[in-house]
Write a protein that binds this ligand. Structure first.
Ligand code: PEP
Length: 258
């Protein structure tokens, strides 16, 4: 049975300029210290304009925090005004890149095909995708959670080898729980994360399914993090709002109930 080291990722969305980003990461690193001993990994997914400053600070101070991005294009270069390429992120030593966050799917019209292109491009540049999936409230109430989530997982992993699948991260994020203060119950989150893992087993085999890390995301806070992350198929969290504050995020990482 593979050992899965939980990954707790802070998605800052469009918050924190580079000054605020530096202050937040330095405080987080101070609060977390370096006694995690490989028990839990932490990544920060900052806006593009913060990445170079954060890279310098993380590397200079040898912080035990991985640099993450929230999005990228799938081409290495070209006429794609406003976009950032995976090659550019890799050059900054970005380790994890979120692909298919529901806000990008819903607000910017990202399709399953684009998300799959991004997953493949992120892997091609030696980084790890965090592939997001999740259902709307309508889909949940209409009993369509399974179809939606399994469909997104299958589409996102098309063309990815079983070895690569085992090394990547999936994030189950019920859309109705993102930024709303509503959280899935630990039982519901566990059931859908188990469904995600089962879908990975179907497309990439049992070994990949045992190794892949599945995060839960959706209003994770210090008060609910430990119970959610204590579920057998949940290997960490993708945290939005509560990751903006170093004190709250550190409490989540340490599993301390506020
Ligand atoms: C997210 O940004 O992916 C997220 C889950 O946000 P929040 O924790 O604020 O719900």
């Amino acid at each position: 049975m593979a050992t899965r080291i939980p990954l707790i990722s802070g998605n800052w969305k469009m918050h924190h300029n580079h000054f605020e980003a530096l202050a937040t990461v330095q405080k987080l690193s101070y609060l977390l210290g370096d006694d995690r001993n490989g028990r839990v990994e932490v990544s920060i997914h900052a806006p593009f304009t913060d990445l170079r400053s954060l890279q310098t600070s993380i590397e200079q101070d040898d912080m035990d925090i991985s640099l993450g991005a929230q999005h990228c294009h799938w081409e290495d270069k070209g006429a794609f005004t406003g976009e950032v390429s995976p090659a550019m992120l890799a050059k900054l030593n970005v380790r994890y890149v979120i692909a298919g966050h529901s806000e990008r799917r819903e607000v910017f019209g990202e399709t399953d095909e684009w998300v799959n292109n991004k997953v493949l491009a992120i892997l091609r540049h030696g980084m790890t995708p965090i592939l997001c999936c999740g259902e709307t409230l309508d889909e949940r109430e209409g009993d369509r959670t399974e179809d939606k989530v399994a469909g997104q997982v299958r589409a996102g992993l098309a063309g990815v080898s079983p070895e690569q699948v085992g090394a990547l991260v999936l994030a189950y994020e019920p859309i109705w729980a993102i930024g709303t203060g509503r959280t899935a119950t630990a039982d519901d989150a566990q059931a859908t994360c188990a469904l995600v893992r089962g879908t990975v087993a179907e497309v990439a085999g049992a070994e990949a399914a045992a190794a892949v890390r599945v995060q839960y995301g959706g209003s994770v806070k210090p008060a609910n993090a430990a119970e959610l992350m204590g579920q057998p198929d949940i290997d960490g969290a993708l945290v939005g709002g509560a990751s903006l504050d170093a004190d709250d995020f550190a409490k989540i990482v340490r599993g301390i109930d506020a």
